[in-house]
Design a protein around this ligand. Structure first.
Ligand SMILES: *Cc1c(COP(=O)(O)O)cnc(C)c1O
Length: 498
């Protein structure tokens, strides 16, 4: 099975080529030419397997040019015993009868991005081998926090790769910053940017599109790549955990075999919820997908009205990983639901680039409305939900998960829809300790990051994961910062090509 582009059907590449390239030359995103389907009884069979075995089976349907040995090697390495704090890798927690929380943050950096970024480097190096490239892969990342750390950890000491992360000097939480500045590994680096996330992202994009620079690197056997969620290699591992969660729900009796579920996802770049949609297309019985946003509610408006408009105020919220106005992966949904009409996708994306908005029209809006519901909640609602969920259910959730739970509770109240729900939980609450603590006990939310962690631990009786706690007093390796204009120089120095 080959991959094509959302903007050009003449593109046809193997999965290894799609993963190695990351993005199609005309700017489109790679999508499988057809979505593989589960056969009769296959979901039941998967229910009897563990996470890694399920992952191998599902990945094999998408990565048809990989051998079983290659997929096995990648999966066993990414989800090796001990890397994730629970044997089932991503496990369920019953919030109440009918509501299952899918805890995706049990990995090395305590955010759901580990699920994909532990596997991506392995898929990338195998893809490079398969496409005959002997180049060293240099990963450049602009991050607002979680992606940077998860990518550093994922690529750390992976042979044939190196990684440099840029983050906005004042745009990440103290914990996120510490996670990056203390990163271990011989092939990693991180640098603060005097600017915001957009500046960092624009700086990285400028380096990616600099043809002269690309040639200089090529002459030295280096090719640049991105760990951003537009890469198919980051999306496909996420399909796995939705299928796996459905199997687990059946196994624990939260849904009857073959029964439908709703999937609720706190959304930023639309990657995580799109993976859920793919799981549904493959045959996981899904009634509705509920897209939850914070005050940056561009997706809520789009899914409800068909009009995407990024010309709006940008809010810095307590769920920073969802502070985003351009949801890149939405392009794949438009392609899938818009009858794979690349012409129209091109048109919309051109309008987005030039005017900052587009309208997909009534017919497509109706089709979206058949599968998706959407809602948003502000910081006040997020804090209220954290408190309510802790006080009434004894469950501690982070700000992003709280947005999802808030939107879901409203959805259920308004629609009366009692379909069993699966709610994606995307970060460990200790990763956003200040916000979580001030939601529960505002008077305790003061002092250093680690004082607040101790306060949250003693108030809730829940332990902070050692991956975060062990950063206390750890040596900071990467304390440098630069202006946007200095970014190319930092890259040259890192790659030792000055
Ligand atoms: C990245 C992130 C999200 C948003 O995920 P998308 O795939 O971009 O929609 C939500 N929560 C957390 C904690 C994240 O790190």
């Amino acid at each position: 099975m080959n991959y094509t582009s959302t903007r050009n059907h003449r593109v046809s590449l193997s999965s290894a080529q799609a993963i190695a390239k990351g993005i199609s030359p005309e700017g489109g995103l790679f999508v499988p030419q057809r979505v593989p389907l589960f056969e009769e009884g296959e979901l039941r069979e998967l229910t009897g397997l563990g996470y890694r075995e399920r992952a191998k089976r599902i990945l094999a349907k998408y990565l048809t040019d990989f051998t079983a040995e290659e997929i096995g090697r990648c999966v066993e390495g990414a989800y090796a015993a001990g890397k994730f704090s629970s044997p089932e890798v991503a496990g369920l927690h019953t919030l109440e009868p009918g509501v299952e929380i899918l805890e995706l943050w049990r990995g090395p950096t305590c955010a759901f991005k580990d699920m994909a970024l532990q596997l991506l480097p392995r898929l990338m190096t195998v893809s490079a081998e398969k496409t005959g490239s002997a180049d060293k892969i240099a990963i450049l990342v602009a991050t607002s926090g979680d992606t940077g750390k998860a990518a550093l950890e994922g690529f750390r000491d992976v042979p044939g790769t190196c990684i440099l992360v840029f983050y906005p000097v004042d745009g990440v939480s103290p914990m996120q910053k510490l996670q990056m500045t203390t990163q271990e590994g011989s092939n990693v680096s991180a640098c603060a940017i005097k600017g915001n996330f957009d500046d960092a992202q624009n700086g990285v994009k400028a380096i990616f599109t600099d043809k002269a620079f690309e040639q200089r690197l090529a002459a030295r056997g280096i090719s640049l790549s991105s760990a951003n969620s537009i890469n198919w290699g980051r999306l496909v591992p996420q399909i796995v955990y939705y299928v796996s969660a459905y199997c687990d729900m059946v196994a624990k009796g939260a849904v009857a075999a073959g029964g439908k579920i709703n999937i609720v996802v706190p959304t930023g770049n639309f990657g995580n919820i799109l993976a859920a949609y793919y799981a549904g297309l493959m045959g996981v019985p899904v009634h509705r997908f509920v897209c939850a946003s914070n005050s940056n509610n561009v997706l809520t408006e789009f899914l409800q009205t068909g009009r995407y408009n990024r010309n709006r105020a940008f809010y810095t919220t307590s769920s920073p990983s969802m502070d985003i106005l351009i949801s890149s992966n939405l392009e794949r949904l438009l392609y899938l639901l818009g009858d794979e009409d690349t012409l129209r996708v091109n048109q919309w994306m051109a309008e987005l680039a030039s005017a900052g908005s587009y309208d997909v029209g009534r017919e497509l809006t109706r089709k979206i409305g058949e599968r998706f519901s959407a809602g948003f909640c502000d910081d006040k609602g997020t804090a209220q939900t954290i408190r309510e969920i802790f006080e009434t259910r004894g469950y501690l959730c982070d700000t992003h998960t709280a947005v999802a739970l808030n939107v879901y509770m409203n959805y259920r109240k308004e629609s009366g829809d009692q379909t069993p729900a699966l709610v994606a939980s995307t970060a460990n609450p200790f990763k956003f300790c200040a916000s979580v603590l001030s939601a529960l006990r505002p008077e305790l939310a003061a002092g250093s990051e680690f004082e607040m962690i101790e306060a949250l631990e003693s108030f809730t009786g829940i332990d902070c994961p050692p991956q975060l706690m062990n950063l206390r007093g750890k040596e900071e390796r990467f304390t440098g910062s630069c202006s946007v204009g200095e970014m190319p120089g930092v890259v040259e120095q890192f790659l030792q090509i000055v």
